[in-house]
Design a protein. Sequence first.
Length: 210
Amino acid sequence: MSVIFTLILVIAYTNAINFSDGIGGLCVIYVLSCLISIIVFSYFSNKEGNFIFIIFLILSLFIFLFSNFNIFVTKSFLGESGSTFLGFICSYLLIFYTLPDNRFFHPVLALWASSIPTYDFITVFIKRLHKKKNPMTPDLSHIHFLMIKKNLSKLSTLIILGFSSLLFSCIGLITLKLMRIKYLLDLFLKTQMKKVRVDAGSPLVYNYNY
């Protein structure tokens, strides 16, 4: 059952990244945010590992962004296969770094690392089903198109969504840390209360040897 559930999540997130490729560079921004979040989550979980592949991928995507915006290098595009490939790679990495036998950070953080494209995909999917449309048919109901309709430029939209994605990752990490602190504090208080009850229930011993 867990394998089927994981497969569904991989397909969903791969399509979520593919769906976000509506304006140039947004798909790469989401993937960069996810990859950076994986490294940050692992660091704050005190896990040391080999992140060479992720770092190489991050550098490659930054070079692609320069190319996509026609800065220093010839303009290029990601394409359907490119966005699908990046979505699958992110899915694989999130699963790999949260496996029980190879856990670098808590699995719930995987959702925070992919929050905006995931929520956008779910929202758009439900809206299309509600309108009795094919959920895989492209339209302008994505969050980036809605922001552009509010007279935001494409660059402003990319910057806002990119920083928002990183912000959600930080919120997820801080929330998890606070929950662990609360758990440890509750555990400490319960332990102290048990000691107080034991001490209160023990008979008093007087020393008459004086």
